[in-house]
Design a protein around this ligand. Structure first.
Ligand code: SAH
Ligand code: DHB
Ligand code: MG
Length: 229
């Protein structure tokens, strides 16, 4: 039986499959590509979502016909641009970023991509910004994407829920971490952060969730949660 199975999963195969899907379904995009190049030139780390994951976030967001999207962790606004392109007319993205330099690069990239008017980049620690938004009575978001510091994920989930409504979709990146999430005793605080996040996702009475594996050079994963009443 085993000889009929596909070759074993390895990094090169995962990268080739990822590329195959990208070449089929995610056409090259000048604004997105230039944004990545400018982010790299400005010294930002190369940790944006992949083109395929960007398209996934975009498609999932579009299913909700969103007017308001919240992102935690902007970097150079690569994922932000994919999300902004999912907005209904008149809609807006609020994206939270702790690093003013990242925010500056992000604003330039968003303007070049033609979505600068629809996106507000708020600079500051994500949790404090979310608490201020809740205190200010900010209207709920239709879609939330969590992708900032992994140690903060569990708190971002709780705060995001306070900025959601039944029917909102919450997504989060980097939940598998090359499989290291399988190690309960991992000394890596990022692994511990996503393990705690994943456990809360599973236990939360207001969420119905799945984690989808994401192929790149490494195996990772993205969650999709539907907020219930
Ligand atoms: N979503 C982006 C990638 C984000 S990388 C994309 O896919 O294109 C993570 C970002 O979170 C970095 O820019 C980092 O500066 C930011 N970040 C780290 N800690 C944060 C915090 N406490 N609050 C807000 N943003 C934070
Ligand atoms: C890291 C952060 C991310 O959001 C990501 O997608 C990949 C890597 C990091 O902090 O290393
Ligand atoms: Mg990420």
């Amino acid at each position: 039986m085993a000889r009929h199975l596909a070759p074993p999963l390895d990094a090169a195969l995962m990268a080739r499959v990822d590329r195959y899907v990208e070449e089929l379904l995610v056409p090259p995009d000048r604004a997105l590509q230039q944004g990545l190049e400018d982010a790299a030139a400005a010294g930002l780390p190369d940790i944006a979502v992949s083109p395929n994951e960007g398209k996934l976030l975009h498609l999932l967001a579009r299913l909700v016909r969103p007017h308001r999207i919240l992102e935690i962790g902007t970097l150079g606004a690569y994922s932000t641009t994919w999300l902004a392109r999912a907005l209904e007319p008149g809609g807006k993205v609020v994206t939270l970023e702790i690093d003013p330099h990242h925010a500056e690069v992000a604003r330039r990239n968003l303007a070049r991509a033609g979505v600068g008017e629809q996106v507000e980049v708020r600079v500051g620690p994500g949790a404090a910004t979310l608490r201020a938004m809740i205190a200010a009575g900010e209207r709920p978001f239709d879609v939330v994407f969590i992708d900032a510091d992994k140690e903060g994920y569990a708190e971002y989930l709780e705060l995001s829920l306070q900025l959601s409504r039944p029917g909102s979709v919450i997504m989060a990146d980097n939940l598998i971490r090359g499989g290291r999430v399988l190690e309960p005793a991992s000394p890596d605080p990022r692994v511990q952060g996503v393990r705690e996040f994943n456990a809360r996702l599973a236990a939360h009475p207001r969420l119905d969730s799945i984690i989808l594996p994401i192929l790149r050079e490494d195996l990772d994963g993205v969650s999709i949660s539907l907020v219930k009443a």
